[in-house]
Design a protein around this ligand. Structure first.
Ligand SMILES: Nc1ncnc2c1ncn2[C@@H]1O[C@H](COP(=O)(O)OP(=O)(O)O)[C@@H](O)[C@H]1O
Ligand SMILES: Cc1ncc(COP(=O)(O)OP(=O)(O)O)c(N)n1
Length: 286
């Protein structure tokens, strides 16, 4: 019998020189989920925990070629799309998506603004993101401000997140997962393809080291889909992993919001068991 192949995930996203978000966070999250991480880098940010001082895009031909060469040799079981930056880059990403085998899960994190406040999506790229990428997406993972921006609505208080997810779904993705980092409860809300809603509550950890939480979340989601979990289960794991990564974030790095630090799944299980008072060596002694 042929051995089972290690699942391969591809991130199509931008580099964060500070190492907290973007490609760097994606590859860490893929590794923590135990899949092979690959990348198509579409741009570079000169970024720290406090600022983004310069952004440059990679050529469209190079973007498509990175995807093509990875697909040809390694194959791809799930894709995560992160910061795409400009209209021209979005067109190249859409061309690259045409190369994927039918049915490959695509997770789109519609990155617009960094934790430090810097704008990461050009003002004239909004329509391309909505028109060219959203309809090809298995699940889109906006935070609250991104979900509002996608549907062109202003913030309101209180906000009906399930109605908002429904409005985002009308733009064409199969499913919508509104992440909870910008809400008091830190509850993620998933709207599935059949219109049903799944609420994913979790403990809210103190902010201060949440830079990269959205990237870690969407990459973990893609990895869990590549491993074969159904979407609602994959979303549960992604919520748990991102929450733990915030709790474990590095508050001693940089002058701004510190980067999250993702734990691998075994380490998370061990921590959960330890918190529950289990003796982890018991199994080994028996
Ligand atoms: N302070 C926090 N405590 C626990 N979980 C958090 C916290 N901040 C974010 N998360 C989780 O991290 C993931 C990313 O959330 P969010 O912060 O909304 O995205 P982004 O980084 O794109 O703004 C979600 O699953 C969210 O629930
Ligand atoms: C290069 C790059 N990509 C994405 C982001 C935004 O990442 P996110 O995980 O949403 O985290 P915050 O920056 O909001 O903490 C980024 N900053 N840079």
């Amino acid at each position: 019998m042929a051995a089972r192949r290690t699942p391969v995930c591809l991130t199509i996203a931008t580099s964060d020189s500070g190492g907290g978000a973007g490609i760097q966070a994606d590859l860490k999250a893929f590794a923590a989920s135990g899949v092979q991480g690959t990348s198509a880098i579409v741009g570079l940010t000169a970024q720290s925990t406090v600022a983004v001082t310069r952004i440059e895009q990679v050529s469209p031909a190079m973007i498509v070629e990175q995807v093509r060469v990875v697909l040809e040799d390694l194959g791809v079981d799930a894709v995560k799309i992160g910061m795409v930056g400009t209209r021209e880059t979005i067109e190249a990403v859409a061309t690259a998506l045409d190369l994927l085998p039918d049915g490959t899960p695509v997770v789109l994190d519609p990155v617009m603004v960094a934790e430090s406040g810097a704008r990461l999506l050009a003002a004239d790229a909004h329509d391309a993101l909505v028109g060219r990428l959203l309809p090809r997406t298995t699940v889109v993972t906006p935070n609250l401000p991104e979900a509002l921006a996608l549907v062109g609505r202003a913030a309101a208080d209180p906000i009906d997140v399930s109605a908002l997810a429904e409005e985002v779904a009308a733009l064409g993705p199969d499913a919508v997962l509104v992440t909870g980092g910008h809400r008091e409860t830190a509850e993620d809300v998933l709207r599935l393809e059949d219109g049903s809603l799944v609420r994913l509550p979790g403990v809210r950890h103190p902010d201060g080291a949440a830079h990269g939480s959205g990237c870690t979340h969407s990459s973990t989601l893609a990895a869990q889909l590549a491993l074969g979990l159904p979407l609602a289960e994959a979303a549960r794991v992604a919520r748990a992993v991102a929450g733990e990564a915030v709790r474990n974030g590095r508050r001693d790095v940089g002058a701004g919001a510190g980067p999250v630090d993702v734990l691998d799944l075994d380490a998370q299980r061990a921590r959960t068991a330890a918190l529950a008072g289990e003796d982890l060596t018991a199994g080994a002694r028996r």
